[in-house]
Write a protein that binds this ligand. Structure first.
Ligand code: ATP
Length: 674
């Protein structure tokens, strides 16, 4: 655990009790975090700062925590920044009186817009000292920018950014200019504002660290009244579990301040309206691997439907007052209020009004509140069967009107996480499934329970797998049925859920979801489009995209044309500083992109290569080589994944190691979250 001794000297003498948290104080903490890679030190900086906030300005804990995780609100609120480089450069130029040309030249040289902003602001002579920024003020300013839509939005956004930048400090650490190589730009407010605008703080500060820091700060605040008592592992674990079940600081922080951290589990729990992060599965390569892993245990094999994950939340009108439903756009029917959330906790209610409208027909009358884990799948009304995933992807994502829906969907339910006021996540799966069957009625082509067979027999599992494939499914999901191991584990890629996909039984395991970083112009017939692309996995601990392969196979001419038109608008001048690809490589991509799109890719196998950086620091190979994909093939675009949800470096390393150890030993799999 981190050392939590606060220094005797008050680090922020200008910040008085009851006054808003100065943004400069938070930036000072950020710059300390930025200068270390030691997780415990990072944790200690965060925790110390939050203790100060709790002591002096508890009302600002929420915006402070949100800024620490680089977000403006919980994911389901759908508020995102990710402002493009060109708008930010324009705003920096107009605020600091520097020409766009100079800003662009700086950007080419420095490669980090945050530092360009810091430099531009520090060179600027100022007539008067701007009113100091506060954490709350910056949060509100950024929120206003994120919410701007419609005509003239770009100009208004530039206006909003200018307002913030012109109030940012001009003096950096100790009044000196920016020494980019030495102090990474110091605690410059402009730098961190720009990083927030870009949607990447790049502090190496994991969400989990902020959560643990908050738990520590709260425990110390409550237990030792400002002393140095270190919270127990159990106390910290309790805080962490609560947040996984209820991933909303907006709900947790006020409850924590009102009732105290130790009462949090009773006052603040999984509830309809606040999506929980879904449980995910580990890949396997064969049915025998499943039998080995689950030896001696009872398990079930469910069809793995190929559609979109949907978490459906519902509260009947007569019990609605019991829940503080937090999600903004709930659907209302005569029966109750409902929401649908995606795998990323985004609100899908506007995409699936048809599901919300039909929901009353499959919810039994005595089912008053629930959270149901499902897959929505495109459905052929005539043939009465499941359609391929690509059909589902042709549906509009927003503002769908029930009468315009062309691609009908059927909801396949596979788990029940909350029922009639009670969280079920800590009950065995067998019991959750029984409750699910009692709480709903299936309606052909609209709502069904995921098909399954409870068997430990290899032949029967093989038959189920074949049948699932015939029914247009991806394969099987194999799940533990009893005991603690069968509990629902929010946000975990768990050993207790295994996926067996039809098409990777003899391949490397799973397909990969990779981020498009750059492209190469085509040759011959393909000169007007991009002919190949540079793809990367994501390393959440360093917040970098690590190159993993070039890909030019699996694209039809039509797809290449479409990709050219969707990717051209996000071309950037040079690779982002958080792209990791072999320097000095002769065949660097012809163009680089903002990290925006995730593609699913299959590969024949994985190999080590000096050209690519994927998982290099996880594997720690003496030669510094990364993992690369051999013969990668494009499968589809994954609209439902953000770049940060791409296959992680640890997963790539795990796939590589597993492949290496095939036939040698089973070895424990690395446990990885998202
Ligand atoms: P992919 O969907 O590419 O396999 P992923 O990372 O999105 O990868 P996984 O954990 O690999 O998710 O697989 C679980 C996904 O399979 C769920 O997110 C869900 O969308 C889907 N799914 C389909 N049928 C089931 C089922 N019966 N039980 C659980 N998940 C299912």
């Amino acid at each position: 655990q981190a050392t939590l001794k606060s220094s005797s000297k008050d680090p922020y003498p200008d910040w008085k009790s009851g006054e808003p948290v100065p943004y400069a104080a938070l930036c000072t903490t950020f710059s300390k975090i930025e200068l270390t890679t030691k997780r415990l030190e990072i944790l200690a900086h965060c925790s110390l700062f939050l203790r100060q906030v709790l002591r002096l300005t508890p009302n600002d804990v929420l915006p402070t925590v949100l800024m620490m995780i680089g977000k403006l609100a919980a994911d389901y609120a759908g508020i995102e920044l990710g402002i493009g480089e060109s708008l930010i450069m324009k705003a920096i130029g107009e605020t600091t009186g520097r020409s766009l040309q100079i800003i662009k030249a700086d950007q080419r040289e420095i490669g980090d817009l945050g530092l360009v902003a810091a430099k531009s602001r520090s060179n600027q002579p100022t007539m008067f000292k701007p009113k100091p920024l506060t954490v709350r003020g910056v949060h509100e300013g950024l929120m206003a920018i994120a919410k701007i839509e419609g005509q003239g939005a770009q100009a208004q956004k530039v206006g909003g950014i200018k307002k913030l930048l012109s109030a940012a400090d001009t003096n950096l650490a100790k009044g000196k200019g920016v020494d980019i190589t030495k102090d990474k730009g110091g605690p410059s407010e402009a730098k961190f504002i720009v990083r927030m605008l870009e949607g990447k703080m790049r502090l190496g500060l994991a969400d989990k660290t902020v959560l643990v820091a908050l738990a520590q700060a709260m425990v110390i605040h409550e237990v030792s009244k400002g002393g140095d008592k270190v919270p127990s592992t159990d106390q910290l674990a309790r805080g962490e579990t609560t947040l996984n079940e209820l991933p909303s600081y907006e709900v947790i922080v006020p409850a924590m301040l009102e009732h105290g951290i130790f009462n949090l589990r009773d006052t603040c729990r999984l509830q309809p309206g606040v999506p929980l992060k879904p449980m995910l599965a580990k890949p396997t390569k064969s049915i025998t691997e499943v039998l080995d892993r689950f030896e001696g245990k009872d398990f079930t094999c469910e069809y793995k439907y190929d559609g979109e994950r949907a978490q459906i939340h519902f509260v009947a009108h007569d019990v609605a007052q019991e829940f503080a439903t937090a999600a903004p756009s709930a659907g209302k029917t005569e029966k109750g209020i409902s929401n649908i959330f995606s795998r990323n906790s985004e609100d899908l209610s506007k995409k699936y009004p048809d599901i919300l409208a039909k929901l009353p027909t499959w919810v039994r009358d005595d089912t008053k509140s629930f959270v149901l884990d499902c897959e929505t799948v495109a459905w052929d009304l005539v043939e009465k069967n499941v359609l391929p995933f690509q059909q589902l992807m042709t549906r509009k994502r927003k503002d769908v009107k029930v009468e315009d829906v062309k691609v009908k969907v059927c909801v396949f339910a596979f788990d029940l996480l909350f029922l009639n006021g009670e969280a079920l996540v800590n009950k065995p799966f067998r019991e959750r499934r029984d409750l699910m069957y009692k709480a709903f009625t299936d309606v052909e082509g609209e709502f069904a329970f995921a098909k399954y067979g409870n068997t430990n027999e290899l032949d029967e599992i093989q038959t189920l797998l074949d049948e699932s494939v015939k029914a247009s499914c991806e394969g099987l999901m194999v799940k533990m049925l009893d005991g603690v191991e069968s509990h629902y584990e929010p946000s975990r890629r768990s050993q207790n859920w295994l996926k067996v996909k039809k098409d990777y039984l003899s391949g490397v395991g799973d397909s990969l979801d990779l981020v498009v970083l750059g492209a190469y112009f085509g040759k011959g017939k393909r000169t007007s489009v991009y002919g190949a692309f540079l793809l990367a996995c994501y390393n959440p601990s360093t917040e970098t995209y690590e190159s993993v392969c070039n890909i030019g196979t699996g694209f039809s001419e039509a797809v290449l044309e479409e990709l050219h038109s969707t990717l051209s608008p996000i071309v950037i001048d040079r690779p982002k500083p958080f792209y990791s690809h072999s320097a000095g490589n002769k065949d660097q991509p012809d163009v680089w992109f903002e990290p925006s799109f995730v593609w699913e890719v299959k590969t024949a196998d994985l190999t080590l290569s000096p050209r690519y950086k994927a998982a290099a620091n996880v594997l720690n190979d003496a030669s510094g080589k990364g993992v690369s994909l051999r013969f990668p093939r494009f499968i589809k675009i994954r609209d439902d994944k953000k770049p940060e949800m791409a296959t992680s470096s640890r997963q790539v390393a795990e796939m590589y190691r597993k492949q290496e150890s095939v036939g040698k030993s089973k070895g424990p799999a690395v446990d990885d979250d998202f």
